[in-house]
Unconditional design. Structure first.
Lengths: 322, 373
């Protein structure tokens, strides 16, 4: 069952007098009790996509659906929606008010939504986030907590609203190495205990391997490959996914792509990855007779269907029976 | 240490018997004095680095790894008290005069700071910032500096016209390259890189690491690289030292420490960044309970014992020094073998056999029978 869904989503910004197509046609679903990792480099549009799914940006076209119903952008509808789909931000230190106690921080959401039983709600959220006994943490200020504990407070703030989905943007990027695993284990435990779904936005493929069921790889506003984590990360089909995996520290043969990720105000024609594509540059695409299409014909938008999908002419040609 | 009376151009106490030894730390301790009392950030670290060698220092916040690195060039705040010896090319940095220290900074050893966006001056063009150490050290006139800046930018893979850019016009990876160009400007023998790729994407990280590796290989520069990511260090450095609570708790050849750590903390750090494709870590993130200790309130005994999954009762009062942990390998340059050591009770020949607190042991520190030279 799909819980949170993007359908043919486009999000645009004006950038230095030009139109930046930050999200340029994305279909994506997060099923009930599913953890999906959205991976890509900075500037690929993954954070914009996440913000649009949270109702923080309005799409230029396409729809965001939750539980099958399209998201309405009235103030009242958005307020109700934000109870269901909660953000876990990247930097817990920046997102907690230094002058609010842990109790105040976690109680803020329930107060805004007028939920009953505030004290019990805060206590139960803190203890589900692994801060036990919760009463001991009530009076503490953020500076009295460690980085891992602060991230747990932020997660408790989201849990206090009984959401259906967490959208976590680089949830462990600012944490110490030894604490990362504990926070990731917490996300897995919340899924097991509460059936909570999550979309985890990250540039870290190891993180996707650690906790996600499915992964979607984003490049310049599009999902270029998606599917079950084992399949996509063990046997990647898209040259971009292959390159990303090849530059991990332990990898034997790194394919370092030239240049920085390109500019969403100047999306190349044809396959948007073709100017950096190592398969095209190495002549393999020409060998398969698809190099013309790589340069001129954009691959179709990947449907948000089960199974593994790839938006690449070369991969399609090599997969099809000869 | 007392400063020598005369400000010498030649090194006081230079050690010509160890010519290939670029950097040597002997029992270095750094304590920050604060109103709340003394905070020991680094507690007795001994390390050495040969020319052309890369040493990775791993640890998390509060481990003292950045404090240790900044101590090498005396870049610490006034509240820091530094003890021990820091020999740079045989000369003790801690007893240098300010004039000598100014000459050594950038020219003999330079630092690539963490977070290039904050370390660069936002209102000056990057070319002028790269040229600054050259001009300050009198190594070039303004025209010569311009040529050298163009050369340096090219070496780090940026077009020469980028010299006219301001930092905000560059991407994160480009800014980090500018920082590296700046560190290379005066052709130092030693580069200290503090989390040089932490804020970067994987692809850009791979580019910057490849650049750093080629610089070490081509010019025989010594590198001390600091990171919390053991996998990045293992891929770049010959040797690793893992720090926890101000001490080195494990050291040895990179591959060996990364894949076969003997200290439980070394193992946890190696497991924190999983290898994609490794079945054991699939849907099983590995971490440690608890948090890194506050340096102002270190636990007694082995400072790792409250978080240690394998602690013995004696760990709460007894601290173990670095012991041979088996393995080790010959240095590629044909130098002395690199020992694998770990400061853990479990690498002792007989962990349980040490005398107890009432057993007449005056010194609760287990030491190897012989100092490893």
């Amino acid at each position: 069952m799909s819980l949170l869904e993007a359908r043919d989503l486009h999000v645009e910004f004006a950038s230095r007098g030009r139109r930046a197509r930050a999200v340029d046609g994305v279909d994506l679903t997060v099923g009930e009790g599913e953890i999906v990792a959205l991976v890509g480099e900075s500037g690929c549009g993954k954070t914009t996509l996440a913000r649009t799914l949270l109702g923080l940006e309005r799409p230029a076209s396409g729809t965001v659906r939750y539980g099958g119903a399209p998201l309405a952008y009235s103030t009242r509808a958005l307020k109700a929606y934000r109870r269901e789909v909660q953000l876990v931000p990247q930097d817990p230190t920046g997102s907690l008010n230094p002058r609010h106690t842990v109790y105040e921080a976690v109680a803020e959401g329930p107060r805004i939504h007028g939920l009953p039983g505030e004290r019990e709600r805060v206590a139960s959220a803190l203890s589900r986030a692994g801060l036990r006994p919760p009463e001991r943490f009530f009076p503490l200020y953020p500076h009295e907590l460690s980085g891992g504990q602060r991230q747990r407070v932020v997660i408790a703030g989201a849990l206090a609203l009984d959401p259906g989905v967490l959208v976590a943007d680089e949830p462990v990027a600012s944490l110490d190495a030894s604490v990362r695993g504990e926070i990731l284990a917490l996300l897995l435990r919340l899924r097991a205990e509460l059936g909570l779904s999550a979309l985890v936005v990250t540039h870290d493929l190891g993180l996707a391997w650690n906790i996600a069921d499915r992964v979607a790889v984003m490049y310049l506003g599009r999902i270029v490959e998606s599917g079950p984590v084992e399949q996509v990360l063990s046997a990647p089909s898209h040259p971009y996914t292959q390159a990303l995996l090849s530059v991990l520290p332990e990898s034997p043969a790194p394919v370092v792509l030239g240049g920085e990720p390109p500019d969403p105000t100047r999306i190349p024609g044809g396959c948007r990855f073709h100017p950096r594509c190592q398969v095209l540059a190495g002549g393999l695409a020409a060998g398969a007779g698809v190099d013309g299409r790589c340069r001129s014909q954009p691959p179709a938008i990947l449907p948000a269907a089960a199974g593994s999908r790839v938006a690449c002419h070369f991969a399609e040609a090599s997969r099809a029976p000869a | 240490m007392t400063a020598p009376e005369t400000a010498p151009e030649t090194a006081p106490g230079a050690r010509p018997e160890a010519p290939g030894r670029l950097l040597e730390l002997r029992d270095v301790a750094v304590t920050y004095r604060s109103t709340a009392g003394d905070v020991p950030a680094v507690r007795g670290v001994s390390l050495e680095l040969a020319e052309g060698e890369a040493l990775g220092i791993a640890g998390e916040s509060g481990s003292g790894k950045s404090t240790l690195a900044m101590a090498v060039l005396r870049l610490l705040p006034r509240s820091a008290r530094v003890g021990g010896e820091i020999l740079l090319g045989g000369e003790d940095v801690l007893t240098m005069t300010w004039g000598r220290l100014r000459a050594v900074r950038w020219a003999s050893a330079s630092v690539v700071f963490q977070g290039a966006q904050h370390a660069l001056n936002p209102v000056r063009r990057v070319g002028a910032q790269i040229a600054e150490p050259l001009l300050v050290h009198g190594l070039a006139d303004p025209a010569g500096a311009r040529t050298r800046v163009a050369e340096l930018l090219e070496q780090v893979g940026l077009p020469a016209w980028r010299a006219r850019s301001h930092p905000h016009e560059l991407s994160g990876g480009q800014r980090q390259r500018v920082m590296i160009a700046m560190a290379l400007a005066c052709s130092p023998r030693l580069i200290i890189a503090d989390e040089p790729t932490t804020a970067l994407d994987v692809m850009i990280q791979a580019q910057v690491l490849a650049l750093i590796r080629s610089l070490i290989a081509d010019r025989g520069i010594g590198l001390v690289m600091i990171s919390h990511d053991l996998s990045v260090l293992a891929a770049t450095c010959d040797r690793l030292a893992v720090m926890y609570a101000g001490r080195v708790v494990e050291t040895g050849p990179s591959r060996e420490v990364f894949t076969g750590a003997r200290h439980p903390y070394g193992r946890a750090l190696a497991g924190a960044f999983p290898t994609v494709g490794d079945r054991a870590s699939r849907l099983a993130p590995r971490g440690l309970g608890g948090d890194p200790p506050d340096p102002a309130r270190l636990p007694g005994g082995c400072s790792f014992h409250p978080r240690c999954p394998e602690a013995l009762p004696s760990c709460s009062w007894r601290e173990v020094e670095l012991w041979p942990a088996g393995g080790g390998s010959a240095r590629t340059s044909g130098g002395p073998a690199v020992a694998h050591t770990a400061a853990c009770v479990h690498v002792l020949p007989d962990p349980e056999a040490m005398p107890g607190p009432g057993g007449g042991a005056a010194d609760p520190v287990a030491r190897p029978a012989k100092e490893s030279a």
